[in-house]
Design a protein around this ligand. Sequence first.
Ligand code: GLU
Length: 315
Amino acid sequence: MAAPAPARDADGPPRAPYRGRFAPSPTGPLHAGSLVAALGSWLDARAHGGRWLLRIEDIDTPRCVPGAEAAILGQLAACGLVADEPPWRQSERVPAYAAALQALRAAGRAYPCACARRDVEAHWAALGVHWPAEAETPYPGTCRGGLQGRPARAWRLRVDEAPASRLRWHDRRLGWRQQDVAQAVGDFVLRRADGLWAYQLAVVVDDAAQGITDVVRGEDLADNTPRQILLQRALGLPVPRYLHLPLVRSADGRKLSKQTGAQALALGDPVAALQAAGAVLGLPRIEAGTVGDWLGAATRAWAGIIAAFANRSDP
Ligand code: GLU
């Protein structure tokens, strides 16, 4: 079988009128890192004359914090970042995720899995293989052939072996990237053992349902993209363009997050917060008295930055 064609073959304009999104998980208020993703996705939508949508990713309910959604919407509004359509909530989208899993089951692409994390670890330990703590532990396919009498816990996507699993995909900032999904993660989870829908499935179903042409988000999610493209293909959904933005790092070099001690964004001075987020995105310092003036100038500057991405010759 020939190697699969690249997900996108050009860095030109999107195929449909631009629709972008910001998809925060309501696990707390925005911090300096999440504002970069919000601002970058907003600027990219505006620079393309497109629409900017908001999706509250409240599917991982144990991690959701009451009041976080309202706090995030308030912070975005203070920064002048207001969605063009009413926000979606993943907690209201469960029937769509169930339908997608059903379609994958009907196509023979999804199977139930009885393994707990410790079973997967025991499998690799028995082979003397140890995966680095920061990497995913690939699923070895134990339940592909059946549950062997054990109760089903999760549902997984059957990832066909290479070359089908070898994804070459394009990022507008990072250039061409490659991942063998079978090797990197193996058959990955669509529905978790606790009954919750996995991020990979929910994000793919919702990006398609919201008509998203351009996914713009933090670089920490770049390695998830090949899984999402495999799922888009398996479900017959369009593949959007991707742009992964630089991350804000904590003092010890890790991605800024609540776990690494990120503080909620203080919005006494929204222009200063935007200025700091803009610097991470590569924008020059913009002298502006109001949020609206700052965003207008930043949109023009961002158009220059993305034109430079597009003109760069990738290896
Ligand atoms: N909800 C994810 C997060 O907050 C973002 C998902 C995405 O942009 O695809 O990290």
